[in-house]
Design a protein around this ligand. Structure first.
Ligand code: 2HA
Ligand code: ZN
Length: 269
């Protein structure tokens, strides 16, 4: 067996959490990531027959039975993942009942997966339905995105338009726009169900007064989506009320056309 500490998927989790912490997005225990793994890639590092613990999930994820995820731990700090991956991360497989997570590695101090596990699993189910290559669900608290969400109407087309108008990269990176959920109680199955519904249409979903979800086939894709929203929200907030050179709709349309992209309907005039 190879040493799991050097596994590419463990390294990617360490790098992503460290970058997100240093960007100021994940204070204290803020943020969580889950990454769908192939049985074959995990079996190079772990005996898949050896279950360390069984952890109830409190919801049913039948469509994910047998699927394996590496996921950040509840109450754990992104700041600390890199120096102690085995305590701050865990690898779990959804058991045959669909309601139990079988711990295969990690959560060494007796911990368990993120409080947002329902949202993560339900979102994986949704994204896999629209994208077979989907693997990552990433949640974080980027400052300017939350600030912009606080001063803008909770209208996803209007919010998307404001982002596209502030940075020419925005429409190219997320032509499908940004979904928005109203302020809800986090950590519940209810917010999981609402997010999973939204995320079928949007790879990015803002949780009002809280943060954002990004998804993708790779860590870079999910991270890049959130990074571009956050950079654009920063521009928007730094220029709030003073912008005189917003990007005209015909330029946004031209960018989309140049890159062969279909912008979210109903946003551009
Ligand atoms: O895990 O970000 O939404 C801490 C959070 C909860
Ligand atoms: Zn959060």
């Amino acid at each position: 067996m190879k040493d799991i500490i050097n596994a590419p998927f463990v390294r990617e989790m360490c790098e992503a959490t460290a970058n997100m912490y240093r960007l100021g997005w994940d204070e204290r225990n803020g943020g969580n990531i889950s990454y769908l793994l192939e049985e074959k890639e995990v079996s190079e590092y772990l005996d898949l027959k050896r279950v360390l613990r069984k952890i109830p999930t409190s919801f049913s994820a039948e469509k994910l039975i047998g699927r394996i995820f590496i996921v950040t731990g509840t109450g754990k700090y992104f700041k600390n993942v890199e120096k102690d991956p085995e305590t701050n991360l865990g690898i779990v497989r959804i058991g045959t009942d669909g309601t139990t997570a079988e711990l295969l590695w990690g959560f060494k101090d007796g911990g368990k997966f993120t409080s947002e596990f329902p949202t993560h699993m339900m979102s994986h189910i949704s994204r896999l339905e629209v994208d077979k290559k989907h693997r990552i669900v990433m949640h974080t608290h980027p400052t300017y995105t939350i600030a912009m969400n606080t001063v803008c109407p909770l209208d996803e087309k209007d919010f998307t338009h404001k982002l596209w108008q502030s940075n020419t990269e925005a429409v190219i990176v997320f032509p499908d726009g940004v979904g928005i959920l109203p302020c809800m109680i986090c950590g519940t199955n209810e917010i999981g169900i609402a997010t999973a519904e939204k995320i079928k249409k949007f790879r990015l979903v803002v949780w009002t007064n809280h943060g954002i979800y990004g998804t993708g086939a790779t860590m870079d894709e999910a991270f890049g989506l959130i990074e571009t929203v956050e950079k654009t929200a920063q521009i928007y907030m730094l220029t709030l009320g003073k912008a005189i050179n917003i990007i005209p709709d015909d330029i946004i349309k031209g960018l989309a056309k140049l890159w062969n992209l279909t912008p979210l309907e109903g946003v551009l005039k």
